[in-house]
Design a protein around this ligand. Structure first.
Ligand SMILES: [Zn+2]
Length: 210
């Protein structure tokens, strides 16, 4: 799993990851430099730091498929695949599951908006990108080998809440995100890692791969 992470998974800052394999997959492209063209771009919700038309353009080729909810896709041009919570589908040979992402007791990401997280299966590994979310009941028992979880607090989970969420999910490896750009510091990622010491392997990725 750690080999897969160092070889195939790049954190490009905030909630943006690139998975390279048979396909090149991005989540929530934001503040990108020059980087590889995408086969699939997954967007979790319409906030500017997740749905950035200018960053989508930087990695979009003729055949790139943009994946998101209807409200997100309305802001973007290109080949599109609309999804909603609960969907399971295969796109460009990649298995995709669409999970809910929402706040509990905060106003930023209402459940009613229908915004999402994703599980994609790459090289047999189930990778969960949680989107902007709190610790929600749907996380319990969700099957993921790698879980990408927001840890900054404010709009999403605090490091402690994210650690509880990781214990609900029990991935082989958890990777913190949503820090170092808009809100949250590396220290939040380290708090997340330290609260899971001896329980779940946490990898704090260095921003790179642009
Ligand atoms: Zn948001």
């Amino acid at each position: 799993m750690l080999n897969f992470i160092s070889r195939n998974l790049a954190w490009l800052g905030h909630d943006c990851f690139r998975i390279s394999g048979e396909k090149t997959i991005y989540f929530d492209p934001f503040q990108l430099g020059k980087t590889a063209t995408a086969d699939l771009i997954f967007i979790t919700h319409e906030h500017f730091d997740h749905c950035s038309p200018e960053d989508v353009k930087k990695i979009q080729g003729e055949n790139t498929i943009l994946v998101g909810t209807e409200d997100v896709l309305a802001r973007l041009a290109g080949k599109k695949q609309a999804v909603k919570v609960g969907d399971r589908l295969t796109m460009d040979g990649i298995q995709v599951e669409v999970l809910p992402a929402y706040n509990i007791g905060k106003k930023f990401h209402p459940k009613a908006s229908g915004w999402v997280g994703y599980i994609v299966t790459v090289e047999g590994k189930r990778i969960y990108h949680a989107g902007d979310t709190d610790r929600i009941p749907e996380m319990k028992g969700l099957k993921a080998d790698i879980a990408l979880l927001p840890v900054s607090g404010t709009y999403v989970m605090t490091p402690q809440e994210a650690a509880q969420a990781a214990l609900d999910i029990k991935p082989q490896v958890a990777i913190p995100m949503h820090f170092g750009s808009i809100v949250g510091q590396t220290s939040d990622a380290e708090k997340f890692r330290d609260s899971l010491a001896g329980k779940i392997k946490v990898v704090v990725l260095k921003r790179g791969g642009n």
